[in-house]
Design a protein around this ligand. Structure first.
Ligand code: WT7
Length: 655
């Protein structure tokens, strides 16, 4: 490792950091730690200078008069300014003569392909903006987008942004019940969906799920359906229309709305520690400047890059680093519709080779699946176009890091481990690839303008190497503004630990150089394949089953998914337990949340460990599953006898 040629990363003296190669650093936007530290310092001391300069690279109909108006916990960024995100993603590039540049190189799961230029994307977005407006959708109307990974998902988001409608994208893997909850909570009036989508060679019944979600709901006035697979679907006259019919007659010109900086942009639901997902609200200008700037620096974008983020637009990664960040930067990106292992595990690498992808951004869970599948799926593919790799969603274990670095990056490409959240809108902690020495599994340094700290219970900084709570001590442009319809929950969840500081919910450790490693969630939220799932959400799905009395859900380490979902269930009547009940409950959870929430393991038990006030002691269950014993503090347990039965159940021995 020490003898690497000049174009590779090299291990530094203490044998655990990889420094950027000279070649990479020389061409990078930020090329040394000295430069990073100067810029970071300046961005915190003089945010007007840093964010002002970044923001001025974008288009404003009216400039701001104040960078930030902060009345904790409410921020307004770029006050009085008027802008439009879709204009900045599209029209701005057409005006700069980049209309013919490819915006999206798309590949469908069956192998069909499309190349869409910025000009064509602009045209489609203008048409759909007109369709939405003539359907009665105006500024602040809420629109649900439930789509496969096709360019029309991006078109739908940008069309909303163009007219000031608020989109709420629902991941295509979520169930009808989840769509219904989101429609009700957001007060949406219109749904954009597709007949079905492709996933592993099978069709996903998107329109059918929408039909179920709105069968008893009159709030949705219109459903626009894109024909992706031509699978027959039922169309309700007066409510449902075809995308192609609407677009055929829509004008291709549309003047982008001049929106207030704080105009709501989207609501994206994410799991919290109660059963009800939180509608995270993001607004226009701050989110725009945050995603633009982070995308540019963290991926060190150049004009000829071919960028590929493998996320789904249904998650925040797809919002910030498929739709908004890359298009704001005028980059060419690859978009892929289907599963990484369809028809086999070589699919991603054949895409990298075909489109000459230079920047590749994926999740550790996918990397672990590739390792397991075996290197034979990679060896026949030319991956030499890659110059930068990224990860997101969960900590990357060193074994996965080394494989990614060596087998995919050929020991030449820096890996940016990006830590952020649905709430933060944009990357918060990540290496700058030309500057920051990288240590496997460490998200490293805070981005410009981000004041991150690791604090103890009393609000004092933890010494280097000691774990504490990860907080952000100053507001930042792309921060969430509230939880839609529940500002009290916003205050309680994020701002009540330490006054004026944002609590991330993650534990972290900082080293003596200020590098931050993420330890994991501190609340009752699981990270399953990089997706957040609340234990309370799964528990409430389980107890909604007629046979279930009580349920407790915990996470356990899982080789591929990071965390597995383990459930303890008590039944109303013990005799109702049957050999098929586990799979019935798994299906039931799948129906009420989505396939990603299906439990990996269900234990049936006659009782759960509780405190005297009746709170389920999940930490004991977690310890039992993870270590095979219970050693923790048992003084508050109401009935210690249940532990014996639980041990016997989990360890498979009779007591
Ligand atoms: C949670 C946020 C950020 C987009 C995808 C997930 C975990 C995220 C990392 C990372 C360690 C990470 C945290 C965070 N997480 N990125 N690089 N290293 N942990 O967004 O669903 O809002 O989840 O994902 O626990 O709080 P999300």
């Amino acid at each position: 490792m020490n003898q690497r040629p000049n174009n590779s990363l090299s291990l530094s003296d203490n044998d655990s950091f990889y420094s950027p190669s000279d070649d990479f650093a020389q061409q990078a936007r930020v090329s040394s730690m000295t430069q990073y530290r100067q810029m970071h310092e300046m961005s915190l001391q003089k945010p007007e200078l840093f964010w002002g300069a970044e923001a001025r690279e974008l288009h404003w109909f009216t400039p701001w008069n104040q960078l930030l108006n902060w009345e904790s916990p409410h921020a307004q960024w770029f006050t009085e300014a008027k802008t439009n995100l879709a204009f900045n993603c599209l029209d701005r590039h057409l005006e700069a003569g980049l209309g013919e540049k490819a915006a999206i190189l798309w590949e469908g799961e069956p192998g069909d392909t499309r190349a869409i230029s910025y000009k064509e994307l602009h045209q489609e977005v203008c048409k759909l903006a007109n369709v939405l407006q003539s359907s009665g959708i105006g500024a602040e109307s809420r629109v649900i987008i439930y789509m496969p990974m096709i360019p029309e998902a991006t078109v739908a988001m940008l069309a909303c942004a163009r007219i000031g409608a608020v989109h709420s994208v629902v991941f295509g893997g979520f169930s009808a019940d989840s769509i219904r909850d989101r429609i009700e909570d957001s007060g949406a009036e219109l749904v954009i969906t597709a007949d079905t989508g492709w996933r592993r060679g099978k069709t996903v019944p998107l329109k059918e799920n929408v039909d179920k979600a709105i069968s008893s709901n009159s709030q949705i006035k219109k459903v626009i359906v894109y024909q992706r697979t031509n699978t027959p679907v039922s169309m309700q006259a007066g409510r449902d229309t075809w995308w192609h019919d609407e677009m055929a007659s829509a004008p291709g010109q549309h003047e982008a709305a001049k929106l207030d900086a704080e105009h709501p942009l989207f609501i994206l639901y994410t799991s919290g520690s109660t059963g009800k997902p939180k509608g995270i609200l993001h607004t226009t200008a701050g989110y725009m400047v945050g995603t633009y700037t982070t995308c540019k620096y963290v991926f060190d974008l150049r004009k000829d890059d071919v960028y590929w983020c493998t996320a789904d637009v249904g998650w925040i990664t797809g919002h910030s680093y498929i739709t908004y960040g890359p298009l704001l930067n005028g980059v060419t990106q690859v978009m892929y519709e289907g599963a990484p292992n369809y028809p086999d595990f070589s699919r991603f690498w054949s895409i990298v080779e075909t489109y000459k992808v230079s920047i590749f951004y994926t999740a550790p869970t996918a990397i672990r699946a590739f390792i397991k599948a075996g290197d034979e799926f990679i060896k026949d593919h030319d991956l030499s176009s890659l110059r930068l790799l990224g990860t997101v969603g969960e900590p990357i274990n060193p074994a996965a890091w080394h494989w990614y670095y060596e087998t995919i990056g050929n020991s030449r490409c820096p890996i940016v481990d990006t830590w952020w959240q649905t709430e933060t809108g944009a990357i918060m902690i990540a290496p700058l690839p030309g500057a920051t020495p990288i240590r496997p599994g460490t998200a490293t340094q805070p981005f410009f303008g981000i004041d991150a700290a690791v604090l103890d219970e009393n609000g004092n900084p933890c010494p280097p190497g000691v774990a504490g709570k990860l907080v952000i001590q100053k507001p930042w442009p792309s921060m969430l503004r509230t939880i839609y319809g529940d500002d009290d929950r916003y205050r309680d969840t994020y701002w009540s630990d330490y006054p004026g500081k944002y609590t991330t919910g993650d534990g972290a450790i900082m080293d003596e150089h200020g590098n931050i490693s993420i330890v994991g969630r501190l609340d009752d939220v699981l990270n399953v394949s990089g997706h957040r799932l609340g234990t309370a959400e799964i528990e409430s799905a389980l107890v909604a089953h007629p046979l279930v009395a009580e349920a407790a859900v915990i996470g356990a380490p899982h080789e591929l998914k990071g965390e597995a979902i383990v459930c303890f269930v008590t039944l109303k009547a013990a005799e109702s337990q049957s050999p098929s009940l586990s799979s019935e409950l798994r299906e039931h959870v799948g129906q009420s949340i989505g396939a990603i929430a299906k439990p990996d393991q269900i234990y049936f038990t006659s009782g759960l460990p509780k405190t005297r006030s009746g709170k389920i002691m999940r930490r004991l269950l977690k310890e039992l599953v993870n270590t095979g014993e219970i050693t923790g503090n048992l003084s508050t347990i109401e009935d210690p006898h249940v532990l014996e039965e639980l041990k016997a159940t989990v360890l498979g021995v009779s007591s």
